[in-house]
Each structure stands twice: as C-alpha cells, then as structure tokens.
Design a protein around this ligand. Sequence first.
Ligand code: KG4
Ligand code: ZN
Length: 334
Amino acid sequence: MLILGIDTSCDDTAASVVEDGTKILSNMVSNQHEIHERYGGIVPELASRKHIEMILPVVDEAMKKAKAEFRDISAIAVCQGPGLIGSLLVGVCFAKPLCFVHNIPMIAVNHLEGHICSIFLEESKPDFPFIGLVVSGGHTNIYRVDDFSSYTELARTRDDAAGEAFDKVAKLMGLGYPGGPIIDRISIDGYPDAISFPRVNLQGSLDFSFSGLKTAVLNYLKKNPDSRKEDVAASFQSAVIDVLVDRTIQAAKKEGVKKVCLSGGVSANSALRVAIRQKSSEEDIEVYLPSLSLCTDNAAMIASAGYYRFKRGEIADFSLNPKAYLPLGQPTAD
Ligand code: KG4
Ligand code: ZN
C-alpha cells in the first residue's frame, strides 16, 4: 500500500512516497535555510510564500522518484499541525484538491506523531511500549508510546524548545542559521566542561526549561567577549544534552519501560546520540535513533504515521483545517 506524505509545517517543503508505512520509495525535502539565514530565524510570511512556490515541484519529484502514479496511491497523508499556520495551510490546501481530483482518501497527521513514527522507517524498530523524546525547533516533549494511536505526554518544555535554544544561542554568537548543526560541528573542537552553564531541574516534574540557559550564555558572552566560541558552544551543548538525557532516562525508569526513542531535528546532534547511547547502556535500556535525514523535518514520517491512521480508518473530510496548536495525547495528571 502506497501513501503520499506531505509536510509544510515549518520551513521545509517535503513530500514522500512510503510503502506499507515502512519502506521509503522517495523522500524529497526543499529547505529554506538561505531565505531565513539573514534573519537568524524563520520569517513566517516568507516561509508560506516559498511553500506555495515549491509544493508542486516537490510533490511531482516525489511521485517521479517513486515511479508512482496517483492511481497507485492509497491515501494522501498531510500534516495538520502543530506548526506555522500559514505554512500548514499550503500543505492542507494542496492536499484537498489532489485527493478530490484523484478520488483518494485524505489522512490528517499530527507533526509530533510523524516525528515519533520516523523510527518505523528504520530496520530496527522498537516494540511497544517505549519512551519517545521529540526534540526539535518547536518542541521538546517526552511521551509514553503504548501503540500507534496511544500517546501519553510525560513532559514538555515550559519555555523554549531545545532546538530553539540552539538557534538563539547560535544567533547571539553570530554563527548563522539553523544553529543546531553549526554548534554541533564547532563543539567538536571545544571543551564541554570549560564553562559551567545551568541545568534546570524543575522540582517534582520531568519538564524542561531552556530560556535561563540561553540568558546565561548571553551574560557570559557579555562578560567574556574574547572567549573561545568552540568552548562556549560545547559547554552550552553539554548543558542541553545533560537535561535531555537525564529526563528521558528518568521517564523510562518512572514508567518501567526499557526502550527509549529519540526523534526531531535535535536528535541529529552527534554528542546527544553518543550521550543517550552511553547512559542507556549503563541503565540497561535499549535506545533507538532515526538516521540523520529522518531526524529533521521530512514527509516520509508523515506518510508512515498516515499509514497506521489509514489502517484504523481515520479518514479526514474536506472540512479539515490546519492547527498551529495541536497537542498529541493526554498529559499525565501529575
Ligand atoms: O525537526 P525539525 O527539522 O523542525 C521542527 O519540527 O522544529 O528541527 C529543526 C531544529 C532546529 O532548531 C535545528 O537547529 C535543530 O533542529 N537541529 C540540531 C541539529 N540538526 C538540527 N540541533 C542540534 N544539533 C544538530 N545536529
Ligand atoms: Zn519537526
């Protein structure tokens, strides 16, 4: 069964054809880094305009690369949210007439569910239940995942997402956009213990907070303008990684679950991948990491999540609206 996935939630225009929720036949992503770089962050209006320009060629290319015709496609899965409303609108408004004209069912997919499902596109797939850390530019959430349709939120960020902190710190260090991959790269030549940045621990909660860390980096740079940028980057990165790893492992222990799975753009971070593997092995927990191209935004993950929704008969109708705020699963009572 072939699913065409479409994601325009943020600044990547993405389309992909996936077979049976697991086998990628094509995975096209057109990013807009050059457009947003000069602003040090995403400009929503520019993102929407670029999506309008790119959506048709990107979908076309995904279909051609997969050697698929629309009559072969069983359903079109489109990201409904969360994300930038103008960007989401482009994907949803493109999917609707495509489904109508070709008489194909439309599936609405939550972007966060997409990130979690990216692991099902890999050879090694976790059994349920597992703990899923979704860590990206817009989100830092921990879920208990009991099934494809069963997500319980265990933690969230109270302010900035981890990827947002990477991007903001890179901006204030004048490093460029997106900041995560740049900080990852230059940290290799820095000392993670050079500067002691705060690791926020919210009493009685697994929630995250990264805005104080960003301010601490800003204050440090003001007081120490000649500091080695590699050391600042590595020390900042180490503070982010410590809390991400600690909360994920704590969540696994609290839930009595022996598997953790990372997803989202920040899960491409090389030092985070090393740290979570090391800590998990010490705690006898299995760790699952998507390959780098499936960590950042893509539409294969949307097609995969869409496949499982389609199998459950969850077809969207043409009244579907995109949603900037679209939580996944239920938060726990405590
Ligand atoms: O998942 P994603 O592509 O988009 C969202 O859903 O937000 O994540 C993008 C975020 C950006 O903040 C980017 O700086 C961060 O992921 N990122 C990284 C790395 N690669 C991307 N952060 C740290 N290290 C990386 N290697
Ligand atoms: Zn994302």
